[in-house]
Design a protein around this ligand. Structure first.
Ligand code: UN1
Length: 513
């Protein structure tokens, strides 16, 4: 079977490879412009979908708003039960959805499955959370008064997600938002619309089975212009956006102009510091998976290795050797390690970055380039490259969403490595490989990594859903997923109740009438 089970997967997910429309629940609209979903694996057109028009969007918002009036009153644990049913359905359709993720986006089937597993994990987290949306109680300074705070549902949450995690990032947001009593409007990347439709089909089924309004989950499709319907819409109190820093800056300004809230998860420039006390074997696994996993297209992908000069040769030799073993090809074939990147525009960006860094003085250790010939017809397969650089090069300070790993040395103590690591605009993920307690603790201290994620003896990618996920500086400052990230999806209210017959004023103010 040469289709690797794709047609079967599409059938399980109720995706017909014909014109598909924007949908709110099961409604389909069809007067927008057509977007083609093309697989980077084989360059084949999978299906055409219809972009959401402003008129469609208005219908979606009407449906979402109506659904919110209902959903906010459903007790949180019952909302959790809906999410539990959703995650059961995801378990049933894990293989099919993992396959579609792989086929439409190009990551390996294993990573596609991993992404669906992240969805299941966040649903489980959300189900527990649905009984733990706790506020605090405080002691009032006034006699006979009680003070507490509570969290209420926020409203319609807008989700803008990227192609690289076409289903998991939506789930991180929507599973939490749903238990918090919100309804969601999702715009997936226009490069992976079918993943969006597949997810919407699954949740629509659960909502129908429970006689819940279909507007609890809504899908709109299109490019930045369609995203702008949401960012400028004051009916949407929170926009959660994942993608490039450039996109995030536009979204942040549009949302801020109407004083809405935004949750931003943007670019990273993630480094692993390798100290003289590092376990080299672990370093190689962490660095190679970090750099070439998802073909270097995770926001947590390892982009820089900052290696102590005393072990530089040894580490670089081991890593380049590992690169020689990499098999590049169809990611649905489980014997391959690296699949294609998303499209030929991304290939152009990758080649440009390599050219540029060489111009700046970079020394290519593992040659890059686009692969041609049988199996590579889509034009999206590139060779993971390694370039020896100076930390201050322009290209090294930018995020290139492709498998290019920059290696550089540091001298002296770990402080020097930390300085190099922090000296970029981005602040998502970071790691140190060391068995030296002092170095590890220094890296995690206030003088250490300035990133939202700082790891010891594991790589930069592959965060678990239980922790808050996000980063500082140009990464945008938002936190999604675990820990108390749920709080951003709710509105906080402070309540003071006076159960006496007096009305004493706060701060002891006298106001005699
Ligand atoms: C992303 O690339 O946008 O930590 C998210 C990781 C994954 C999520 C990445 N759990 O690599």
């Amino acid at each position: 079977n040469t289709d690797f089970g794709i047609n079967k997967a599409l059938e399980v997910l109720s995706i017909k490879p014909v014109n598909l429309g924007t949908s709110t629940g099961s409604n389909q609209f069809s007067n927008g412009k057509s977007i083609e979903s093309i697989s980077p694996i084989d360059g084949q057109l999978i299906a055409k979908v219809t972009s959401t028009t402003k008129a469609d969007y208005e219908k979606v918002m009407e449906s979402a708003t109506q659904a919110f009036w209902h959903w906010r009153k459903v007790p949180a644990p019952q909302r959790g039960d809906m999410v539990r049913q959703f995650s059961n359905k995801l378990r049933e359709k894990k293989e099919a959805l993992g396959k579609l993720v792989s086929y439409e986006m190009g990551k390996s089937y294993q990573e596609g499955l991993g992404e669906v597993q992240e969805m299941i994990d966040i649903c489980d987290f959300a189900v527990g959370l649905s009984r733990q949306l706790h506020g605090l109680t405080m002691h009032s300074e006034r006699p006979g008064h009680r003070m507490y705070e509570q969290y209420h549902p926020l409203g319609v949450v807008g989700i803008i997600s990227a192609f690289n995690f076409p289903v998991a990032v939506w789930a991180w947001n929507t599973a939490l938002a749903w238990v918090c009593g919100d309804v969601c409007v999702w715009k997936p990347s226009e490069k992976t619309p079918l993943c969006g439709i597949a997810c919407q089909n699954i949740i629509a089924e659960i909502l129908a089975e429970n006689q819940l309004p279909e507007g609890i989950s809504n899908l709109i499709i299109g490019d930045a212009k369609v995203g702008e319907f949401m960012t400028k819409d004051s009916r949407i109190p929170l926009i959660s956006a994942t993608g490039s820093t450039k996109m995030g800056k536009t979204v942040a300004q549009e949302v801020a102009a109407r004083l809405g809230k935004s949750l931003l998860e943007l670019g990273g420039n993630n480094a692993i510091i390798v100290t003289p006390d590092a376990d080299i074997k672990m370093t190689v696994i962490g660095a190679v998976f970090g750099a070439v996993g998802t073909a270097g297209q995770r926001c947590t992908s390892t982009r820089r290795l900052i290696i102590h000069e005393s072990i530089y040769e040894k580490v670089v030799t081991a890593i380049t050797k590992a690169y020689q073993q990499l098999r590049i090809g169809n990611p649905l074939d489980e014997s391959n390690n690296v699949g294609p990147i998303i499209d030929t525009d991304a290939v152009k960006m990758y080649n440009k970055a390599l050219k540029q860094v060489v111009k700046e003085g970079g020394n290519v250790l593992v040659e890059g380039g686009t692969l041609k010939g049988s199996g590579y017809e889509s034009g999206c397969y590139v060779k993971p490259a390694i370039v020896a650089v100076e930390p201050h090069f322009n290209m090294v300070k930018q995020e290139t969403f492709a498998p290019i790993l920059y290696v550089m040395t540091y001298e002296g103590t770990v402080e020097n490595a930390i300085n190099i690591q922090n000296d970029v605009e981005q602040g998502l993920s970071s790691a140190i490989m060391t068995n030296n307690l002092r170095e590890a603790e220094r890296f995690l201290s206030v003088e250490g990594s300035d990133c939202g994620i700082a790891n010891v003896n594991i790589g930069t990618s592959g965060a678990e859903i239980g922790g808050a996920f996000g980063g500082e500086k140009e990464t945008g400052g938002g936190r999604e997923s675990g820990s108390d990230a749920w709080k951003v999806y709710m509105r906080r209210q402070t309540n003071t109740i006076n159960y006496t017959t007096e009305l004493p004023l706060a701060q002891g103010i006298k106001f005699d009438l």
